[in-house]
Design a protein around this ligand. Structure first.
Ligand code: GLA
Length: 343
C-alpha cells in the first residue's frame, strides 16, 4: 500500500485544499480531497489491463465549488430530503434551511460537501473530520463527525461514518459519488442488480410519502441484473416524478447492489449496514466539463447512495435518524471492484 498527499489548490475563501491518494499493490488507486471529504478519483483495473477512473470529478477546487450536484462528496447532516424543511424532536420544532423548493436537501444551503474537513492520513486510510456547530443549517447540537476511507488489498474502498453529538439531533450521512464503469459516456447499457423487494414511493418534489411499493412487475425490479436503461423511459408515474431513477430502495440485506459493465469488464459490489440505497441516474446533472476535459451530463453516471430513508423524521415507521446526546453513530459502506466473466 502506498499513501501520498499533494496540494489541490485554494478555495474561493482562500483555504488550502489537499488531495490524498491511497494505492494498493494491484494498482487500484483512490484519491480523496478534504474539500467536501470527497472521492475525487478511483482508478480500477479493467479487462483490457489498463485502469478506468470509475467516478466523476474535477481537476480543481473551482470545479467542485461551481457545481450543485454534490459530486463525490460526503453528505450531511441529513442526506437527501427533509419534507417541509422541518422536523420535531423532544417536543421542539426545528426549522432547517429550505434549499430544494419547500424542502431541505443534502444538508441545506452549505452542507458538509462545501466545507474543508480536517484530514489525517495513515498507511491505508484517510480520515476526514469536522465539527458541525450547534444551529448549523438549523440542526441542534455540536456534532463531531468523521468519514474514513480505507483501501484494502482485495480492491475494496471502505467508507466508515462516525458521529457524536452533545445534544439530541438527527444525522444521516452518505457519499454522493457518480459512478461510470466505463469512465465516461452513457451508463444506460451498464447492468445493475439491487437487493430490494420494495422502494419508497415518491410524491411531489421527489419526496418520499412514507409508503413502500413492491418492485415486482415494475421498472424498479432490479432483483436480477438488467441494463440500467432497459426500463428507464417506461411510462410509469414514479419514473416521471424523478425524470428517471431517483428512489430509495429498501434493502433486503447487507449486499446492496452490484453494477457491471460488459465493456470494461468491471464489477462494482456495494455492501452496507444501512437500510436504504438511493439509486439515482444523474437525471438533474447539468452538462459539465470534468477531469481531463471530459464531458459529463445526465445519465452518464449512476449514484448508489447508502442511507437512512429520506424524509425519515416525517414518515411513520421509517428507521430513525435520531442520534441521542453522547451516543456514538457508526455506519459502514464498502465498494468492492473485480473483473467479471461474461457468460
Ligand atoms: C440525490 C437526490 C436527487 C438530486 C441529487 C443531487 O440523489 O435524490 O434528487 O438532488 O441528489 O443532484
Amino acid at each position: 500500500m502506498k499513501a501520498a498527499s499533494r496540494s489541490f489548490g485554494l478555495t474561493s475563501r482562500g483555504e488550502a485544499v489537499r488531495a490524498y491518494t491511497l494505492e494498493n499493490s494491484h494498482g487500484m488507486q483512490a484519491t480523496m480531497i478534504d474539500y467536501g471529504a470527497a472521492l475525487q478519483s478511483l482508478l480500477v483495473r479493467n479487462r483490457q489491463g489498463g485502469l478506468t477512473d470509475v467516478v466523476q470529478g474535477f481537476d480543481d477546487v473551482a470545479g467542485y465549488e461551481g457545481q450543485d450536484a454534490y459530486i463525490g462528496a460526503t453528505i450531511g447532516r441529513m442526506a437527501n430530503r427533509v419534507g417541509g424543511a422541518a422536523f420535531s424532536l423532544g417536543g421542539h420544532r426545528y426549522a432547517l434551511y429550505a434549499n430544494n423548493g419547500a424542502n431541505h436537501l443534502h444538508g441545506g444551503q452549505r452542507g458538509f460537501d462545501k466545507y474543508v474537513w480536517q484530514a489525517e492520513q495513515g498507511e491505508d486510510f484517510v480520515r476526514f473530520s469536522r465539527l458541525s456547530p450547534d444551529g448549523e443549517e438549523g440542526y441542534p447540537g455540536n456534532l463531531q463527525v468523521s468519514v474514513t476511507y480505507r483501501l484494502t488489498e482485495d480492491n475494496t474502498l471502505c467508507l466508515c461514518y462516525e458521529a457524536l453529538c452533545d445534544r439530541d439531533t438527527i444525522v444521516s450521512l452518505t457519499n454522493h459519488s457518480y459512478f461510470n464503469l466505463n469512465g465516461g459516456g452513457s451508463v444506460l447499457e451498464q447492468q445493475l442488480q439491487i437487493n430490494a423487494q420494495r422502494y419508497s414511493e415518491l410524491g411531489a418534489g421527489v419526496l418520499p410519502t412514507g409508503r413502500a411499493l413492491p418492485v415486482e412487475g415494475s421498472p424498479f425490479d432490479f432483483r436480477s441484473f438488467k441494463p440500467i436503461g432497459q426500463d428507464i423511459d417506461a411510462k410509469h408515474p414514479q419514473l416521471e416524478l424523478g425524470g428517471g431513477y431517483d428512489h430509495n430502495f429498501i434493502l433486503s440485506g447487507p449486499l446492496a447492489a452490484i453494477a457491471r459493465s460488459g465493456e470494461s469488464g468491471i464489477a462494482l459490489r456495494c455492501e452496507t449496514d444501512l437500510p436504504g440505497l438511493q439509486f439515482y441516474t444523474a437525471n438533474f446533472l447539468g452538462n459539465f466539463t470534468g477531469k481531463g476535459g471530459k464531458a459529463m451530463g445526465p445519465r452518464q453516471a449512476f449514484c448508489l447512495e447508502s442511507q437512512l430513508f429520506p424524509n425519515a423524521m416525517n414518515c411513520y415507521g421509517f428507521p430513525s435518524p435520531v442520534l441521542r446526546a453522547g451516543e456514538r453513530m457508526h455506519h459502514e459502506t464498502r465498494y468492492n471492484f473485480s473483473l467479471f466473466e461474461v457468460e
